[in-house]
Design a protein around this ligand. Structure first.
Ligand SMILES: Cc1ncc(COP(=O)(O)O)c(C=O)c1O
Length: 484
């Protein structure tokens, strides 16, 4: 093949960060720079975002790429950890509620947006978390942003885990300039920040912010130690439980439950969108005054319409299921699936991040290679979200696979096999693009011609071998769960 230098190679580089701060005085014209880069990635098939499903977020679904191409795949890209979004009882509840209440809340919780259903939901969450009070928000993002911005004033301080979710970081930026990031999950890092702040300022408030399960790394801080540390320095701890509440830990109480911290964390904030089958979020606390204050001083609660009646009813029903025998069974299948997926990935030569949780992040490394792998996935029938800088550090691109209780072991076996094949093929394509022996018009010819050049970094394995390994792992996992 002729050596070709493809200008479109630029689509393998660059990041969203390049376009966050744009030069130029025309606010509308200057965003063209982002669009050009996005179009270059689209043109080369390297834009993996903005996809939609035609069938809802099922474990197998029909989806459409951003360019409109239809494909069918095993879905590890949706967040529906206990598979409640298509659960019969949840759906029936939604339909009955629409019949009884109509479809809209038609007001903010500060006015008349709440219904008997949202009040019942507040009570249910408070009981579930062994806390006194709960305030609902229209989304998890709004709850995270709203609790930080609602409680913190410009002279206060925020001591925040460096990997905290965007809603918490943006809430912090909107609230104060005194933001002190500490090393991810480092109690000592947090201590150092608190000590420095209190050495100079004993007058103002400090909010310490962390998550119980980090969504890109699948790891967890020592919540009890952070709570004690916060109190030692006259600070308040806020924990975002978006990813583990309902789906992990004893009786679904997440890491707060597992660490014996139920009812003891100063402020708990969560989202319904991962396990509870709906948009929406909440803030739980132990003081009525805090609940009332947030309702009138946290803008996304005060000045935004409340959850719709059907959303409140869906989440209430989801909490009932989470709290039942069925919930325990769903959590057990979820954990079986998580362990199977992680062990199969490891057995196939992939590395994953963190601890077993519904978030299984698969290490890719180079953004260019990861984009080429992602480009292959629709063709071979897998949906998995590519995460790259700035959501994670440069050179640490990864696929975030989100597991559901009703993924079958066949789904998991097939997905791992397909990801493995896609990675081997993309590695060959990446090498050829970089050494100039192929361009974007010719790389697709490389995908079904294995062997002749550059060995793939991840071994291409036969499905039969994966299936045998899966059978063995699943039997082991089932025994482990049966033995408690
Ligand atoms: C840790 C964390 N907090 C908050 C949110 C926001 O939740 P939602 O998407 O339900 O608005 C998310 C979800 O994206 C999250 O991962």
């Amino acid at each position: 093949m002729d050596k070709v230098r493809d200008q479109r190679l630029a689509a393998l580089g660059g990041s969203m960060r390049d376009f966050r701060y744009l030069p130029g005085s025309n606010l509308l014209e200057r965003v063209e720079a982002f669009f050009e880069w996005q179009e270059l990635r689209r043109d080369t098939g390297l834009w993996p975002l903005g996809r939609s499903t035609e069938t809802g977020p099922r474990s197998k679904c029909l989806a459409r790429t951003d360019e409109g191409a239809l494909f069918e795949g095993i879905n590890f890209a949706s967040q529906d950890y206990l598979s409640l979004s298509a659960h019969d009882a949840v759906r029936d509840t939604a339909i009955a509620t629409i019949n009884d209440f109509g479809v809209h809340s038609a007001g903010s919780p500060a006015l008349v947006g709440n219904t008997s259903l949202s009040l019942a939901l507040e009570k249910k969450i408070a009981e579930f978390l062994q806390m006194e009070h709960v305030t609902l928000f229209p989304t998890g993002w709004a709850a995270g942003f709203g609790v930080v911005k609602g409680l913190v004033r410009p002279s206060d301080h925020i001591v925040m885990d460096a990997l905290s979710h965007a809603c918490l970081q943006e809430g912090a930026q909107a609230a104060t300039r005194n933001i002190h990031y500490f090393r991810h999950n480092s109690i000592e890092g947090a201590r150092e920040k608190l000590k420095n702040i209190r050495a100079k300022d004993s007058e103002n408030g400090i909010l310490v912010v962390t998550e119980s399960l980090f969504s890109m790394d699948s790891d967890t801080p020592d919540i009890q130690a952070l709570q004690e540390l916060a109190h030692e320095y006259g600070a308040i701890l806020m924990v975002d439980v978006a990813h583990d509440l309902g789906c992990l830990g004893p009786d679904g109480r997440g890491h707060i439950g597992a660490q014996g911290m139920l009812g003891k964390v100063d402020v708990v904030m969560g989202s319904f969108s991962k396990t509870f089958a709906s948009n929406g979020g909440f803030v739980a606390c132990n003081q009525r005054s805090v609940k009332e204050y947030l309702r009138y001083y946290s803008s996304p609660c005060t000045f935004s319409n409340a959850l719709s009646p059907s959303q409140a009813a869906i989440v209430l029903k989801a909490f009932e299921i989470v709290d039942s025998e069925e919930g325990s069974r769903l959590r057990a299948s979820l954990m079986t699936n998580i362990r199977l997926l992680r062990e199969l990935l490891h057995g196939t030569g992939f590395e994953t991040y963190g601890d077993p949780s519904p978030i299984v992040c698969v290490k890719m490394g180079s953004e260019g290679l990861a984009r080429l792998v992602s480009r292959r996935l629709p063709d071979i029938g897998v949906l998995a979200n590519l995460v790259e800088f700035p959501a994670v550090p440069k050179g640490q691109a990864r696929f975030r696979m989100q597991v559901m209780a009703n993924h079958s072991s066949r789904d998991i076996i097939d997905a791992v096999h397909r990801l493995s094949v896609a990675t081997a093929e993309a590695t060959r394509q990446h090498d050829a693009l970089l050494d100039g022996s192929a361009d974007f018009d010719s790389i697709d010819a490389l995908v079904r011609a294995p062997g002749e050049r550059g060995a793939p970094t991840v071994a291409s394995i036969r499905p039969a071998k994966t299936a045998a390994l899966a059978g063995e792992l699943q039997a082991r996992t089932t025994r482990r769960i049966a033995n408690g």
